[in-house]
Design a protein around this ligand. Structure first.
Ligand code: FAD
Length: 469
């Protein structure tokens, strides 16, 4: 495996590699594209753009996250990818790239679920490689971008330090926003109620025997359970969600699904068709063969039908579509069998503080008596805040306040047109400001995993570089 070079970006908004920031490009074409967010999407877009000869300034506010972002910046080596190594190349047109970097070959190795920490090193190394090989076209800046304004020539990124950087276009690659604690738990003191499950301190100060309540039973809750187990936690863990559904496991063997034509059914008829297909070929294959068509199917449904999917089907879709590595699923099942983990279905009723612990009342699904439990820590695992009007993100707030962006109809992110141009409050696309990654879920639903984002950023890079389709 290739070794990760040491790479450092200090806190002082100092350029690392690339052109000095006061060197003024002579022509519009030499003006850089400004990418805000140096996680997976922003890094990959920067690499694609610089390969096409376009200068880029990549802004990242968190040094530890550079290139890795939230998903691959985990410090826990037991957090595994939920996609097989064979499908994790950063480049759509070079599907074997990650396998070569890992030195993996043969079906058994390529089907593995590698640690996310290792994948983060892969991304960091790609970025460092680009810094060294693109003749100064790529600049990485440490800093929090708090505004992106239009200028006569293009755009200007305003940093929290007050400094501005000019470019010809801007791209928002901000990733996920941390969620807030749901209503009944919002009043718990920070030592008991933890809103951001991805914060490195989420488990800090928790005694090994303390009870833990995870709000949510999705992949974030699974991460927390694995982290607790790895830390030797002995206390009871309860994961609560409305339906108590937990992600299903991948098969150990690789995917072997043949391409199929796009389904013609829509709405409820499509759901019935998928169920029939699942009975014929198994639910995993029935979901997997939809994958190349999911974005088009999303767009083929109107906002009402999309809303209906989100309300009624999303929890079932999520647990079948976003699967666990088999070893993670086995570990979760083991913890349940030992009685150390309980996954329950119900609703929060209220949360108070009693004798220094959180006292939680919740009503089991289907009604019945209100149950109670005590927890030394309540951790929010309900998933990222996708409603940009609710996000704690000064940049989004500034753009919203000026009417430069608006949420998409389903409040899954930012409203963009098919070219990923953000739409202003009246719906007009802005050719100078784009968005990529999970922020653009509104136009395709499945724009969250590596295999989808690598296609999206490649297309945007070619568009910004003026490469004919
Ligand atoms: C926990 C988790 C696990 C996942 N596991 C997998 C997996 O196994 N396989 C898979 O295919 N997909 C996985 N995904 C999905 C997917 O890969 C990620 O959603 C993807 O990495 C998103 O990349 P992004 O760049 O859009 O966001 P991020 O990678 O989160 O990056 C956004 C970056 O922007 C920075 N930023 C934000 N605002 C500003 C600002 N104003 N100024 C400067 N910087 C800013 C942030 O600090 C952050 O580093 C996972 C997602 C999560 C959350």
């Amino acid at each position: 495996m290739a070794r990760l070079q040491e790479f450092d970006v200090d806190e002082g908004d100092r350029p690392v590699g690339g052109q000095a920031m006061n060197a003024r490009p002579d022509t519009f074409a030499e003006q850089p594209v400004l990418i805000v967010g140096g996680g997976f999407s922003g890094t990959l877009l920067a690499i694609n753009l610089t390969r096409l000869g376009v200068p880029v300034v990549l802004f990242e506010r968190d040094q530890a996250s550079l290139a890795k972002g939230l998903a691959f910046g985990t410090r826990c080596p037991e957090h595994l990818l939920n996609v097989r190594a064979s499908n994790m190349s950063a480049f759509h047109d070079d599907p074997g790239h990650f396998l070569r970097w890992m030195g993996l070959s043969g079906a058994e190795q390529c089907n593995r679920f590698v640690s996310r920490l290792t994948y983060g090193q892969y991304l960091r190394e790609l970025l460092v490689g680009s810094l060294g090989s693109t003749a100064g076209r790529l600049t990485v800046r440490a800093g929090d971008v708090v505004d992106l304004t239009e200028t006569a020539q293009g755009v200007s990124a305003v940093l929290a330090s007050g400094e501005s950087v000019a470019g010809r276009a801007g791209v928002l690659a901000l990733g996920h926003s941390a969620p807030r604690l749901p209503g009944p738990c919002a009043s718990l003191p920070p030592s008991l109620g933890w809103a951001d499950p991805w914060h490195p301190q989420a488990l800090a100060g928790l005694g090994p025997d303390g009870g833990v309540l995870l709000l949510g039973t999705g992949l974030t809750a699974i991460d927390l359970i694995i982290s607790l187990d790895r830390a030797g936690h002995r206390g009871p863990i309860v994961a609560l969600s409305r339906r108590g559904l937990i992600s299903r496991a991948h098969w150990p063997a690789g995917p072997d699904c043949e391409p199929v034509p796009a389904p013609t059914a829509r709405g409820a008829a499509l759901v019935r068709a998928v169920r029939v297909r699942a009975a014929q070929i198994g639910w995993r294959k029935a979901i997997d063969e939809l994958r190349p068509h999911t974005q088009a199917l999303w767009r083929a449904h109107d906002a009402r039908a999309q809303g209906s999917f989100l309300r009624h089907l999303r929890p079932y879709w999520d647990v079948h579509r976003h699967r666990l590595a088999p070893e993670i699923a086995a570990r979760i099942a083991g913890l349940q069998a030992e009685g150390r983990l309980a996954v329950v279905a119900g609703r929060l009723v209220d949360a108070t503080v009693k004798d220094g612990a959180a006292l939680i009342h919740w009503r089991p699904r289907g009604g019945g008596t209100v149950a109670s439990l005590e927890a030394a820590r309540v951790i929010n695992c309900i998933g990222p805040e996708s409603d940009i009007t609710q996000a704690h993100q000064p940049l989004l707030q500034a753009l919203l306040t000026r009417g430069a962006i608006r949420p998409d109809a389903r409040r899954l992110g930012i409203d963009v047109d098919p070219q990923l141009c953000v739409r202003d409050h009246l719906g007009a696309p802005n050719a100078r400001i784009h968005a990529v990654g999970p922020l653009t879920k509104g136009i395709g639903w499945e724009v969250i995993a590596v295999p989808d984002i690598r296609v999206q950023v490649r297309a945007l890079a070619r568009q910004l570089a003026g490469v004919k389709a």
